[in-house]
Design a protein around this ligand. Sequence first.
Ligand code: SF4
Length: 348
Amino acid sequence: MDFIEALRAGVEHRRPTVEWLVPLLEAEGEQECLLLHAADRVRAQMVGEAVHLRGLIEFSNYCRRNCLYCGLRRHNDSLERYRLTREEIVETAIRAWRIGYKTVVLQSGEDFYFSTDLMADIICEIKSRTGLAITLSLGERDKSAYSAWRKAGADRYLLRIETTEEKIFREIHPDDDLYERKRGLFVLKGLGYQLGSGVMVGLPGQDALSLAKDVIWMHELGAEMVGIGPFIPHPQTPLRNEKGGTLEQALRLVAVLRLVFPYAHIPATTAMGVLDPLGREKALQAGANVMMPNITPTRVRPLYELYPNKICLDENADRCFDCATSRIISLNRTIGADCGHVIRQAAS
Ligand code: SF4
């Protein structure tokens, strides 16, 4: 299929196939511009001009796993570890609510210190005192934990698949299993969570065909929020000498996702801002409609180092909100006035 046929298939929201996804994911030059513009138009038509702000609280950098690309991996002995207390997490969420956030994202490594009961207690407290929408990003847990947290008031769960290519998944996740990750996503869906997944772009061995297969799998899953992280090699990990992903790869994938998931929430991720100071703005103009300003207390923020050269380390929560707002307004977009739940009835 040539590029123009592929773009037409995408804009018409046809069922994704590798035949039309691959030419779009490989677009360069003028074709790449056409793709990004088409995605921006679809974004405007389907989810409008509002950008939803999610306040991100990174409350623990302990992790039981050893993902080869991640600075939080268990074997990274050079990293100083921290955990916020229950009270600090709740207070940070309350502060976010007072600033004007409608959603908080509670994120950590896979840290079982935060037991099912402790997390349920934190979720319940935040919900009852603020009414905020609560997104969890805590990695893989069992069904009883997911279920307890849903009952406690969690609305959404983010669990990125990273790659559906069995060989790559196994190589970069020495202590994890692709089948289990997939199964967990279906369990979360069955429990009624608004479901987020996503992939890492630029991984060793990955190509346009494997990304196309990832997109098709997430479509079959029925993902409602889809996040893209460019792979940025971390010096304290085994992948330190790999090449890493580019902003261009990430933007093409954001644009393709907007065509495939016209109603989904797609973030302009902070990792894109690491590769280019205007990376998040570029993503918002290529199909994205969400930003996740970091509201973690600044004293621990540098320690949540999934990848190096993290940005927004010194700004307090108020300044991050103001900075995100001004970036959004500079694009003639608006700040989401509600909590930006997923749009289920219209989802393809
Ligand atoms: S990617 Fe997640 S699960 Fe893997 S080491 Fe990092 S924090 Fe832990």
